[in-house]
Design a protein around this ligand. Structure first.
Ligand code: GAP
Length: 489
């Protein structure tokens, strides 16, 4: 297993301390597999997502963006196969009842939670979709003390007409309801799921986009948004979360063109990794063998990254054939055929799918950027973030915060830079050394300091600009400051 030199605990600790990422619901003891983004985390995340949208949607001629609803008709997930096959193998330790993914644990070794040996159950398939009920179409039944509920008899116990109080025959428990948890039942027709991938919201809008725009083929539809998976064992910071964000493209091609399109997407994915500042030698292609591929894929390349937890999947590229559009055509009865503009035979397009996870991109960016060095004999930690991803582009400080004339001039410079770059921070906490350390740790490329030389003398109307990576300082005139830093925008 190849590992980055950076330790996961250093990244987790910096992320928490400096306001990037906090454990979800922390104040109530947390909720496993969920994370909250703080002020700097949300800025980093948006910068990554905006970069992706610009690179793959705005700057492309053949791409259409959509933003589909998270809640979708249950038929989407039946047609796509998710209700049956979106499962992971699960084992339970029969001693402490912890659950584990059977393919991620050595079942001949002691249980990682309680240390007991030979305690694991046989693997069973666990469906990872979160169920939910749309509309007030469920009810709960409270059993009497010590009563064991007999589902056969529930119809007699539970259902009364709301108006008259008379027993209702409207609801038939056997046909219409299923148990959700404990004594909670829902109407089967109103069952829905929190989407486990954004891809299906693209496929279900294929016909809409074709009807509205009649694009030349090949073309792609892109979507960003939340996805939810009830992971058996979420782990490794945000790497395997229960709620996360995806950025996906379904690229529609004629069947004969899929191989060329797949190769084109391999090189586009590498361009993306470079735009994130990931060194080429930390990104690896893994040709996924047939037995490990998802049921819909005829070729998959996983792009792996040297994370602190080892070499693991950063994003995936799959040839999904016509699997999804054919399933939708069958289930909906609507044609998914594309009519070539040259009058050729209509056909159901095949699909190349690059699928990017935002959380894993963030973890890779933080790993690649995390740097330790020594400045004036002192250990320093800094994030060598590419300027276009940095949450704060410039920090502006008065040398001393108790000198009104310095503060006034610094405020003027701050307002000017903020107008130009947006993500500019006012920082007058602690002494100047502490401010530099803090800004280094959050990856701010430049610190601008207003000192007494700014106010008078030969260097009047100039400021000190300090570079994060070299720690070198130079004096730049206020008049040319925005122009000198223009590459930040
Ligand atoms: N539409 C195809 C699809 O969803 P996937 O390999 O299951 O494929 C794509 O997921 C990407 O989504 C992964 O490469 C990863 O970046 C991200 N991802 C998947 N599950 C995740 C999880 N539990 N936590 C964080 N990111 C996840």
């Amino acid at each position: 297993m190849v590992m980055s030199d950076v330790k996961l605990e250093d990244i987790v600790s910096l992320a928490k301390r400096r306001g990037f990422i906090y454990p979800g619901s922390e104040i109530y003891g947390g909720l496993s597999g969920t994370w909250d983004y703080g002020p700097l985390g949300v800025a980093l995340k948006r910068n990554i997502m905006q970069l992706w949208w610009k690179m793959f949607v705005e700057d492309a001629d053949d791409m259409y963006g959509v933003d589909a609803a998270i809640l979708m008709n249950q038929k989407v997930w039946q047609a796509s196969g998710h209700t049956k096959t979106f499962t992971d193998p699960m084992v339970e330790c029969m001693n402490c009842h912890s659950n584990f993914r059977a393919d991620k644990i050595d079942v001949s070794a002691p249980c990682p939670t309680c240390g007991q040996k030979n305690q694991f159950s046989e693997p069973e398939r666990f469906n990872m979709m979160f169920k939910t009920v749309v509309g007030p179409k469920y009810f709960s039944v409270e059993p009497e003390k010590d009563e064991i509920l007999d589902l056969e008899k529930l119809g007699e116990v539970g259902f009364k007409d709301r108006k008259t109080g008379a027993p209702s025959t409207h609801w038939n428990i056997q046909d219409q309801f299923e148990e959700l948890s404990g004594f909670m039942f829902y109407d089967k027709q109103s069952l829905s799921y929190l989407r486990p991938e954004t891809a299906q919201g693209i496929f279900t809008n294929f016909k809409n986009v074709v009807d509205s725009f009649y694009p030349d083929i090949p073309f792609g539809i892109a979507q960003q948004g939340k996805a939810f998976r009830n992971e058996i064992s979420p782990r490794d910071f945000v790497f395997r979360s229960r709620e996360f964000e995806q950025m996906e493209i379904e690229y529609f091609v004629h069947q004969d063109e899929w191989e060329a399109a797949f190769e084109m997407w391999i090189s586009r994915v590498h361009e993306w990794c470079r735009a994130l500042g990931l060194p080429d030698d930390m990104v690896h292609e893994l040709e996924v063998p047939a037995e490990d591929r998802a049921h819909y894929s005829k070729r998959t390349v996983d792009f792996e990254f040297d994370f602190p937890i080892g070499r693991e999947e950063l994003l995936g590229l799959a040839y999904r054939t016509d699997f999804d559009l054919m399933n939708i055509q069958k289930a909906s009865g609507k044609s998914m055929e594309y009519r070539p503009k040259d009058g050729g035979e209509p056909f159901v397009p095949h699909v190349i799918e690059p699928s990017f996870g935002v959380e894993r991109a963030i973890m890779a960016v933080l790993t690649a950027a995390y740097t330790e060095d020594e400045v004036n004999g002192e250990k320093r930690t800094y994030l060598k973030l590419p300027a276009h991803l940095a949450p704060v582009k410039v920090a502006v400080s008065p040398l001393l915060k108790n000198k009104p004339e310095l503060v006034e001039k610094a405020r003027e410079v701050y307002r000017m830079l903020k107008k130009e770059f947006g993500a500019v921070m006012w920082d007058d906490n602690g002494n100047i050394g502490k401010r530099y350390r803090r800004q280094d740790e959050i990856g701010t490329p430049y610190c601008v300091v207003i000192d007494f030389d700014t106010l008078e003398g030969d260097s009047k109307d100039t400021v000190t600009v300090r570079d994060r990576d070299t720690t070198k300082q130079q004096r730049i005139s206020i008049a040319s400051l925005a122009k000198s830093l223009h590459f930040l925008s």
